[in-house]
Design a protein around this ligand. Structure first.
Ligand SMILES: Cc1cc2nc3c(=O)[nH]c(=O)nc-3n(C[C@H](O)[C@H](O)[C@H](O)COP(=O)(O)O)c2cc1C
Length: 144
């Protein structure tokens, strides 16, 4: 069964909310395994067999939220060439989080779906809908 990992870093719960909508979208497609986890809690062994990574991260002090750093370091050790990636996250003004995640995944040789989904501060209904559709779209792609 194809597997999607949604891993996020979120300080105030806004990117987490987007992650939950993405997961709801994934769940509409049968036959896909899903892992939804805060980057603080995820164990690298749990994502070793993942086909697609949907990574989320907000922006603090003009950088991707720090809680994603240890996970990204661990991820680097996996064989990720040709795997699917997508990014999402909330920010306030400069928004480095999502582009940083996209750049990282590309550096791992992954096929990244762009531009990803972004929210300004609290994600509104339309953004949550885009998040849901991202999850569903990635899941559909893996089961086709
Ligand atoms: C201390 C602090 C620093 C922040 N720095 C930035 C920043 O440099 N650029 C930016 O776009 N947003 C910045 N933000 C805004 C957050 O990215 C925004 O509030 C976002 O919605 C937080 O999402 P989260 O709950 O998923 O962490 C900052 C917020 C705080 C509280």
């Amino acid at each position: 069964m194809p597997k999607i990992a949604i891993i996020y870093g979120s300080g105030l719960g806004r990117t987490k909310h987007m992650a939950e909508s993405i997961a709801e979208g994934v769940k509409t497609i049968e036959g896909v395994d899903i892992l939804l986890e805060d980057a603080y809690d995820v164990k690298i062994e749990d994502v070793r067999d993942t086909d697609a990574f949907i990574l989320g991260g907000s922006t603090y002090n003009y950088k991707l939220i720090k809680s994603m750093d240890p996970f990204l370091k661990e991820m680097e050790k996996l064989e990720l060439k040709g795997k699917v990636g997508a990014a999402f996250g909330s920010h306030g003004w400069s928004g480095e989080g999502v582009p940083t995640l996209i750049k990282k995944m590309k550096s791992f040789g992954m096929n990244v779906i762009e531009p990803g989904v972004t929210a300004i501060h609290v994600p509104d209904k339309a953004t949550l809908e885009r998040s849901f559709k991202l999850g569903r779209g990635v899941a559909q792609g893996l089961t086709n």
